[in-house]
Structures are given as structure tokens and as C-alpha cells.
Design a binder for this molecule. Structure first.
Ligand code: NAD
Ligand code: DAU
Length: 341
């Protein structure tokens, strides 16, 4: 099987590529990535010379570049679309344009190329955020209406609809996965868990938004990647599959757990101004993928958190590299405007 992965130099994509090359010796991967601030070839340094792996620097927002990748690789069996602008705070504070271009137009360029080049299967990597926010009870199922609340999730929902439209209109063999919050190795430290680990290691304030009682449902990245791979190979055409470990906890509890594991003081916690329109609670019902495809998470939250902390502790150089340069500019801009709550 030959798969085109987009966004493979990012957090989840790089974990997916590494896992697949290890576990499916008959699979070849072509990685199309624009190398934005979130794309980092260091994430793939250990596999860059694998003969079953090819990297192509290309931008999905450019239809001609997308087409030329398909022309150069005429024998692709499937497309796996990880590439996205993925950070909610950037969509709110830096601007939505890049999100519209990559997440919507970029996805459409891939769908168009799939049609032209008669690609067998397209998998859209989507998110629980498209469902909006839950009240204190209940979980998102695949039939929960889409009510996204921020520019990032609105563009992801739009992309999901474009995928649906291509499947309905042109009989494209498409499947969609929607996953909850991931954590694990190589996550860019603009996201909650690596940001808190990095700050705690330097004894810097840990900026918790609002009252810290917003709930997220956490899954280890490797479990997400296994779910994606299963849907790619065995999912029913046209179907949507939720993926999640059903471990939903308030942010404050998560941050306190991290501090305890790192042996750092809770006095580092600093409550700051809330995210505008901050979704109060996400919780996934992932029973469909369990029932129909036999997927189950392999890691408990405890095990996964320990593995993640250990990885960041043993990859301090990676953390240093990704936090140098533009990251400090971003951090200053994002957090200086969030006065203490
Ligand atoms: P990430 O931000 O770490 O990586 C995104 C990658 O896409 C980067 O390598 C970047 O260079 C690339 N990219 C961005 N714009 C591009 C463009 N125009 N052309 C080509 N490449 C481009 O993201 P992530 O956290 O790994 O998320 C991957 C996917 O999974 C996204 O689609 C996201 O919506 C989805 N998702 C993420 C989570 C999560 O918790 N991180 C949960 C559910 C779903
Ligand atoms: O739910 C899936 C989504 O999870 C993915 O689709 C997104 O790509 C991914 O970025 C993530 O979105 P979140 O907004 O949930 O993740 P983030 O790590 O930015 O924030 C997690 C929670 O922590 C959220 O409630 C906001 C809060 N937070 C975040 C940061 C960065 C803080 O309290 N302080 C912070 O500094």
C-alpha cells in the first residue's frame, strides 16, 4: 500500500508515519508538508532515510503544487489528510485566514486531485471540536449536530462537509475520523500539556485559562494513530468514526497532576484571562469504532502521561529548538495580553 500523508511533519502525522513504517512493512509513505511553524523535520529524523519514506515540501493551499505531487506519484492507494492549522488560540488571536486557506481550500485541493487521479480512499483527520461544547452531561456521538464555536473548529467542520460533498457528489471513497485532545511525543508546546511541562521545568507560571474547569477528553497520540490506521484499512466508505479514550477531566486537575509528577509546586499555577468563546466541555462517545472495528486504546491515562513526561524530560534539546526563535515571539504576544484573572 502506498499512502500520501499530508502534515506528516507535525505532531500526530509524524507519530503516525513512524508507527506505520514500523508495523506495516508493506506500506510506503509519501509525506506532503509545507513546514509551517508547526512542521518540523526533526520529528522524523530517525526515519528520514527509510527507503519506504519520501518527503515532499509542498503547500496544500496551492492547487498546482498538490497536483504535481499526485503526478509524481501516480500509484497512490490512499490519502490521509492530517495537515491543518491546528491551534485554536492562533485562530482567535492571529487570524482565521490561514485556517480558511489550509483547512478548507487545502482539503478541497486534495479532494479534487483524488477525483482527477482516481484515488482509492481518502481519510479526513477531524476533531471533536466540530461538535461544539457540551453541557455537564452526555457525550458527542457521530450523529451529534456540528456546532463549531471558534474559527479553527469552524474551518474543520467546513472541511468535513467538503469531504461529505465529494463522497456524495462524486462517489469518492471517503472516511472521516473525529478525535479528542491528543498528547504525547513531538507535540508543539503551544498546546496545553507540552506548554505546561516546559514552563514547569523552568519554574515559570502555568497560565490556566478562566476558572480551569473546562473539560477535555485526553487520548495518547499512539492510540489515535492506531484508530486512524484501522479506519483507513477497514472503515466503511462514507462513514464517520469518533476516536477517544473517554478520559475527560478539568484542565486544572490535569495541570495539578502534571505538577505532582514533575515534583513542582502548585504555586506555579496562574489563572489568566479566558479564551473567548471557550468551549466548556468535550467528551467523546467512541463506541462505534470499538464495536464495528474492534479498536480500543492500549494505554491508560496514567501510563500515557508518564510516557509523555519521560519523553519531554529526555528530549530537552527538541524542546529547546522548537521554543527558540518565533516561539518566544508567539508566547510573548499570546500571554502578555492575558492579564492575570
Ligand atoms: P500540527 O499543528 O502539529 O501539525 C500540522 C502539520 O500540517 C504541520 O506539519 C504543518 O507544517 C502542516 N501544514 C500546515 N499547513 C499546511 C499546508 N498549507 N500545506 C501542507 N502542510 C501544512 O497538528 P496536529 O496536532 O498534529 O493535528 C493534525 C491533525 O489532527 C489536524 O488536522 C487536526 O485538526 C487534527 N486533530 C488534532 C488533535 C489534537 O489534539 N492535536 C485532535 C483531533 C484532531
Ligand atoms: O479536541 C481536539 C482539539 O484539541 C484539536 O482539534 C486541536 O487541534 C487541538 O489544538 C486541541 O484543541 P484545544 O483548544 O482543546 O487544545 P489546547 O491544548 O489549546 O487547550 C486545551 C485546554 O487547555 C483548553 O480548554 C484551553 C486550556 N489552556 C490551553 C493553553 C494553551 C489553558 O488553560 N492554558 C493554556 O496556556
Amino acid at each position: 500500500m502506498k499512502i500520501l500523508v499530508t502534515g506528516g511533519a507535525g505532531f500526530i502525522g509524524s507519530n503516525y508515519i513512524r508507527m506505520v513504517l514500523q508495523e506495516h512493512t508493506d506500506t510506503e509513505i509519501v509525506n506532503l508538508d509545507a513546514l509551517t511553524y508547526a512542521g518540523n523535520l526533526e520529528n522524523l529524523a530517525d526515519i528520514e532515510n527509510d527507503p519506504r519514506y519520501t518527503f515532499i515540501k509542498a503547500d496544500m493551499t496551492n492547487a498546482a503544487q498538490v497536483r504535481s505531487v499526485f503526478e509524481a506519484h501516480p500509484n497512490l492507494d490512499a490519502i490521509l489528510n492530517f495537515a491543518a492549522e491546528s491551534h485554536v488560540d492562533r485562530s482567535l488571536h492571529v487570524g482565521a485566514d490561514a485556517f480558511i486557506q489550509t483547512n478548507i481550500a487545502g482539503t478541497q485541493h486534495l479532494l479534487d486531485a483524488c477525483r482527477t487521479f482516481k484515488i482509492g480512499r481518502f481519510l479526513q483527520v477531524s476533531t471533536d471540536e466540530v461538535y461544539g461544547s457540551l453541557g455537564p452531561e452526555g457525550r458527542f456521538t457521530e450523529t451529534t449536530p456540528l456546532t463549531p464555536n471558534n474559527p479553527y473548529s469552524a474551518t474543520k467542520a467546513a472541511a468535513d462537509f467538503m469531504v461529505r460533498a465529494a463522497a456524495r457528489s462524486y462517489k469518492l471513497d471517503a472516511v472521516t475520523t473525529r478525535c479528542s485532545n491528543n498528547f504525547g511525543p513531538y507535540q508543539f508546546p503551544e498546546k496545553l500539556i507540552p506548554l505546561m511541562i516546559a514552563n514547569a521545568l523552568e519554574e515559570k507560571p502555568l497560565p490556566v485559562y478562566g476558572d480551569g474547569m473546562h473539560v477535555r477528553d485526553w487520548i495518547y497520540v499512539e492510540d489515535h494513530c492506531r484508530g486512524i490506521d484501522l479506519v483507513l484499512r477497514q472503515g466503511q466508505s462514507g462513514e464517520i468514526y469518533n476516536i477517544g479514550s473517554m478520559h475527560d477531566i478539568p484542565n486544572l486537575e490535569l495541570v495539578k497532576t502534571l505538577l505532582a509528577k514533575l515534583g513542582k509546586s502548585e504555586s506555579l499555577i496562574t489563572f489568566v484571562q479566558d479564551r473567548p468563546g471557550h468551549d466548556r466541555r468535550y467528551a467523546m462517545d467512541a463506541l462505534k469504532i470499538q464495536r464495528e472495528l474492534g479498536w480500543a486504546p492500549r494505554y491508560s491515562f496514567e501510563q500515557a502521561m508518564q510516557k509523555t513526561i519521560d519523553w519531554y524530560l529526555t528530549h530537552r534539546d527538541w524542546l529547546e529548538h522548537v521554543r527558540s526563535g518565533q516561539y518566544s515571539v508567539y508566547y510573548e504576544k499570546m500571554y502578555s495580553q492575558r492579564a492575570k484573572a
